[in-house]
Write a protein that binds this ligand. Structure first.
Ligand code: AMP
Length: 284
C-alpha cells in the first residue's frame, strides 16, 4: 500500500491505472476510521481492482462554531487500518494544495441540501459537494462508496453526479452500528462514558418510529412526538431535528402513504456532541 500526499502524484497514479483499464474504487473519509469506514473499503476491495481511501478533514464543510479544530485525528492508526483492510493507496492531501490562496470555485446542489442537516449547518453540503467533486477529479474513480449513515449527503452526492454528467457509479452501503445500536461515528469518541447510554436513544427512537409505522400509525407528527418523548428521558439530549421525509427527495411527509419509502432522520446533541442517525421504512 502506498501513501500519497500530493495531488499531482495522485493524478499521475490514477491516470496510469486508467490506462491499464483497472477498475478504481474510492472511499472518501475524514479519517479517525472505524468499522463503518472499513465496511466501505472492504466492499471496494471486493468489487474493484484498485482501492483508494482519502483522508482529509475538509475545512469548508465546517461552520465557524463547529468542531474543525478538535475533529479527532490519528493518521498512523488510519494508515495501518487501511493496509489491513486491503487498500492500495491512501491519499492524504493538505489544505494548501486543495484550497490555495485565491481559491474561488464551489459546487452546490440546491434544494436537496437545504433541509435537515443543511438547515442546521448552513454551507455544510456546499463544502461536501465541492470537496467530493475535487477528489473525484483527482482520483478519477469508477465507483465511489458512501455510507447511508449520512443519508442526506448520499442523496446530494448522487444528485450532483447525475446533474453534472459525471461518469462514475455511487454505491451507498448500510449503517454499521455498535452492539447496542449506536451508529458508528468518529465523533462518538467525544462522548463521556455517562453519555454513551443516552446516545443509544437515537436508534431506540428510530426503532420506536418503525414499530409505530408497523402498527399502522400514519401521522408523522404523532410518530415524532413519541420519539421526542423517548428522548426526553435523557438529561444530556437536545434535539436538533427529527424528520419524516420521502426517502428519494427529502420532501416532508405529513401522512404516510402505502407503498412509499420514508426516511426517518434524527440529529441530537448529546451534551456538546451532535449525532445523526436514520432508518428507511417501507410503508405497507
Ligand atoms: P466521514 O469520515 O464521517 O466523512 O465518513 C466517511 C464515509 O463513511 C461517509 O460516506 C460516511 O457516510 C461513511 N460512514 C460513516 N459512519 C458510518 C457508519 N457507521 N456506517 C457506514 N458508513 C459510515
Amino acid at each position: 500500500m502506498q501513501v500519497i500526499n500530493s495531488v499531482t502524484e495522485m493524478r499521475k497514479v490514477a491516470n496510469k491505472l486508467k490506462k491499464q483499464s483497472q477498475i478504481l474504487g474510492f472511499v472518501p473519509t475524514m479519517g479517525y476510521l472505524h468499522k463503518g469506514h472499513l465496511s466501505l473499503l472492504a466492499r471496494s476491495v471486493k468489487d474493484c481492482d484498485i482501492s483508494v481511501v482519502s483522508i482529509y478533514v475538509n475545512p469548508i464543510q465546517f461552520g465557524p462554531k463547529e468542531d474543525l479544530k478538535k475533529y479527532p485525528r490519528d493518521i498512523k492508526r488510519d494508515i495501518k487500518l487501511c493496509k489491513e483492510q486491503g487498500a492500495d493507496y491512501v491519499f492524504i492531501p493538505t489544505d494548501e494544495q486543495l484550497y490555495p490562496k485565491g481559491y474561488m470555485t464551489y459546487v452546490e446542489v440546491k434544494g436537496l441540501s437545504d433541509g435537515l442537516c443543511g438547515k442546521s449547518r448552513p454551507g455544510h453540503f456546499k463544502g461536501v459537494t465541492t470537496i467530493v467533486n475535487k477528489l473525484f477529479n483527482i482520483v478519477s474513480p469508477d465507483i465511489a462508496y458512501f455510507g447511508q449513515k449520512d443519508a442526506q449527503q448520499a442523496l446530494v452526492i448522487k444528485k450532483m453526479v447525475k446533474d453534472l454528467h459525471m461518469s462514475l457509479k455511487i454505491k451507498i452501503l448500510p449503517i454499521i452500528r455498535e452492539s447496542d445500536g449506536l451508529a458508528m461515528s468518529s465523533r462518538n469518541v467525544y462522548l463521556a462514558p455517562k453519555q454513551c447510554k443516552d446516545a443509544v436513544l437515537l436508534y431506540q427512537a428510530l426503532k420506536k418510529a418503525r414499530q409505530l409505522i408497523i402498527q399502522k400509525q400514519r401521522d408523522s407528527e404523532k410518530i415524532i412526538s413519541q420519539m421526542k418523548r423517548l428522548l426526553s428521558q435523557s438529561e444530556f439530549a437536545t434535539i436538533d431535528y427529527i424528520a419524516i421525509v420521502d426517502a428519494d427527495n427529502l420532501e416532508k411527509i405529513k401522512q404516510l402513504k402505502a407503498k412509499t419509502k420514508v426516511l426517518i432522520a434524527i440529529a441530537v446533541y448529546i451534551g456538546q456532541v451532535r449525532l445523526i442517525d436514520n432508518i428507511i421504512v417501507k410503508v405497507d
